[in-house]
Design a protein around this ligand. Structure first.
Ligand SMILES: Nc1ncnc2c1ncn2[C@@H]1O[C@H](COP(=O)(O)OP(=O)(O)OP(=O)(O)O)[C@@H](O)[C@H]1O
Ligand SMILES: [Mg+2]
Length: 232
């Protein structure tokens, strides 16, 4: 295993995923190098969320393999622990816990990771500050706007300093200025910690911050430019 602070190496080889008669992915190949920020676009229903779920071990491929640092880590024992230590996930639907404050939601990945109560609170408040929500730490999700919830979800995904960040439309509910700030934060995190990032987004600012843009089309990934007809 590489030293902490170094991003994960992600390889998908001939990955296929079907839902009944629907083929979401077929023969999908991908290599994301440690510290790379890859942007994924493509029309709605083209399989982008499925791709992130497969990389993050939330779904298993029907065919092919997903390798993190050259190993098939997903599917072995103690999946939850592996995932907690390796991956930060920003879900398309935020998935915040309604009974918890913003701060407590951000702390969730640190619970069970051996981080003390005060340190958890400090890190959560730091990150809430980074996403512009220092004064909303005590609000529950229902007391936050959609874009504020989205930013809490980003803070939660970063709080355990993951080696791999998977983000599904992390700025979908944000105005262009707030979105740009959030991508600046991702960019800074990736520069300082070499975090590998796979981000699904249609945000124009995302393209400026990414090393590469890929388009999901025909159940696989193409370099942007090769498939502009599919881009939304
Ligand atoms: N659990 C499921 N059961 C059946 N079909 C599914 C399931 N999840 C996704 N699909 C189908 O698989 C395809 C890929 O879905 P996916 O959510 O990966 O697309 P997406 O590119 O993320 O779309 P969007 O941009 O709208 O979020 C879609 O046609 C969808 O209807
Ligand atoms: Mg999706």
């Amino acid at each position: 295993m590489p030293a902490s602070g170094e991003g994960a190496d992600v390889v998908l080889r001939a990955v296929g995923k079907r839902y009944g008669k629907i083929t979401a992915l077929a023969q999908c190949d991908l290599h994301v190098s440690p510290g790379e920020l890859v942007l994924v676009t493509g029309r709605s229903g083209s399989g982008k969320s499925t791709l992130l779920n497969l990389i993050g071990g939330l779904q298993t491929p029907d065919t092919g393999e997903v390798l993190i640092d050259g190993q098939q880590v997903w599917g072995g024992g103690n999946l939850a622990k592996q995932r907690r230590e390796l991956v930060g996930f920003v879900f398309q639907q935020h998935l915040l816990l309604g009974v918890l404050s913003a701060r407590a939601n951000v702390e969730v990945p640190l619970i069970g990771a051996g981080v003390g109560r005060r340190e958890r609170a400090r890190r959560a408040l730091d990150l809430l500050g980074e996403v512009g929500l220092a004064d909303r730490a005590d609000h529950r999700p229902e007391q936050l706007s959609g874009g504020e919830r989205q930013r809490v979800a980003v803070a939660r995904a970063l709080v355990n300093e993951p080696r791999l960040l998977l983000a599904d439309e992390p700025t979908g509910a944000l105005d262009s200025t707030t979105a740009e700030r959030l991508f600046d934060l991702l960019y800074d995190v990736r520069l300082s910690r070499s975090t590998t990032m796979v981000v699904v987004s249609y945000d124009p600012v995302a393209g400026k911050r990414a090393d590469r843009t890929l388009v999901m089309a025909d159940c696989g990934l193409l370099e942007a430019g090769a498939a502009t007809a599919y881009a939304r």
